[in-house]
Design a protein around this ligand. Structure first.
Ligand SMILES: *Cc1c(COP(=O)(O)O)cnc(C)c1O
Length: 389
């Protein structure tokens, strides 16, 4: 990093157009790139000359986005992927093959859960699920063929935290790589690299975009690792579209101011929810009542924008809240300027058995709130009105 992070978020990687001087990078909406002659084409394919060939293999917009996230997260290189799930799959397939073993925390994004349980096991990669908030469980799960430890912190829905440094120390003693899904906090609020993580991935769909208009992902790490990840990504065809990269670079410019407001609003609302008669319990890392408050303060610069809370009236109260909010938007996803609310038991996880729900820590009255950047008082008034109805 050249400057402090707020400045690098705006400037970071050079984006002005060298040909016209346009401040905003043009959108290179092209599938292919013209060679001057056959020899140049050959040099580019052999990797003897830098330059673009075909957008699945690289494009100015997607490259700048990946490089910018790499700079902000403190790594050498990155690749942009078509979704956050493509980023997760990419990390796993670039680190492990049939016969290898990976360790995945038991509380991860739903898509990641199904990817490792269904598809990754099916191709012969062994998976052990542990509660990495107890790092000794990671130590116990390590095998001679372990290649990767994959964690998310904070993790949905209870906003459980994982001590990145503790997990890294255990994994590195056995030469195992650690990847952190940093979607919930972004490099502005948490830099896993500072605690030794080898790889960071994002669902850029969330705070990196911030505007709810793109599905995208990014993976960053060492040059050596990204070379492997690049191969996987280009072979499977997980590239991002140039226009999506352009939208993400645009959204990214306001990351620091958005995250400041998300933090401020979420802390205010979390504190207020703790005092609300209809609410049983609130989960938010920067509340003193969070069981890992000390770790949150050490590892994160802010609590982030996501709050979970338990309604006293259980399933019916959670469902009724969804039907009575007016300002909070009833939708999945998170990290948008708009406040999004959802009730997992009646919505995202409605198809799950009671045992699976319990395993995923999803209780009938649990509500997830992705606090936006509106006025916090308006949001509290909306929630209060809906809870009283
Ligand atoms: C949304 C999300 C993903 C998946 O990202 P998509 O962009 O939806 O594919 C992965 N990890 C976390 C933590 C997420 O919130």
């Amino acid at each position: 990093m050249k400057y402090r992070i707020e400045t690098d978020i705006v400037h970071g990687v050079h984006q002005t157009d060298p040909q016209t001087g346009a401040l905003s990078m043009p959108i290179y909406q092209t599938s292919t790139f013209v060679f001057e002659n056959a020899e140049q084409g050959a040099r580019r394919f052999k990797g003897e000359e830098d330059g673009f060939i075909y957008t699945r293999l690289g494009n100015p917009n997607t490259n700048v986005l990946a490089q910018k996230i790499a700079v902000l997260e403190g790594y050498e290189a990155g690749i942009a992927t078509g979704s956050g799930m493509a980023a997760v799959a990419n990390v796993i397939l670039a680190t492990a093959q049939a016969g290898d073993h990976i360790i995945v925390d038991d509380t991860v994004y739903g898509g990641t859960h199904y990817l490792v349980e269904d598809d990754i096991r099916k191709i012969g990669i062994e998976v052990t699920r542990v509660d990495a908030s107890h790092p000794e469980q990671v130590a116990e799960a390590l095998q001679p063929n372990t290649r990767l430890v994959l964690i998310e912190t904070p993790a949905n829905p209870t906003l459980k935290l994982i001590d990145i440094q503790a997990v890294v120390d255990i994994a590195h003693a056995k030469n195992v790589l650690v990847c952190v899904d940093n979607t919930f906090l972004t490099p502005y609020l948490q830099r896993p690299k500072d605690f030794g993580a080898d790889i960071v991935l994002h669902s850029a769909t969330k705070y990196i975009s911030g505007h709810g208009d793109v599905v995208a992902g990014v993976v960053v790490g060492s040059k050596e690792f990204i070379q492997k990840a690049y191969k996987v990504s280009t072979h499977y065809g997980w590239s991002m579209s140039p226009f999506n990269a352009w939208l993400l670079l645009r959204g990214l410019k306001t990351l620091a101011v958005r995250m400041d407001r998300h933090n401020e609003n979420a802390l205010k609302i979390a504190r207020w929810l703790e005092t609300h008669p209809a609410v049983e319990r609130v989960y938010y890392p920067f509340l003193e009542s969070h069981p890992q408050y000390e770790l949150a303060k050490r590892q994160q610069k802010g609590g982030g924008g996501v709050i979970s809370f338990e309604m006293k009236g259980g399933y019916e109260a959670g469902k009724a809240l969804m039907d009575h909010v007016q300002l909070c938007t009833l939708a999945v996803s998170l990290g948008d300027c708009d406040t999004l609310i959802q009730h997992p038991a009646s919505m995202t996880h409605a198809g799950m058995s009671e045992a699976d729900l319990a395993e995923a820590h999803i209780t009938p009255g649990l509500v997830r709130l992705s606090v936006g950047i509106e006025n916090a008082d308006d949001l509290m008034e909306d929630l209060d009105r809906a809870m009283r109805q």
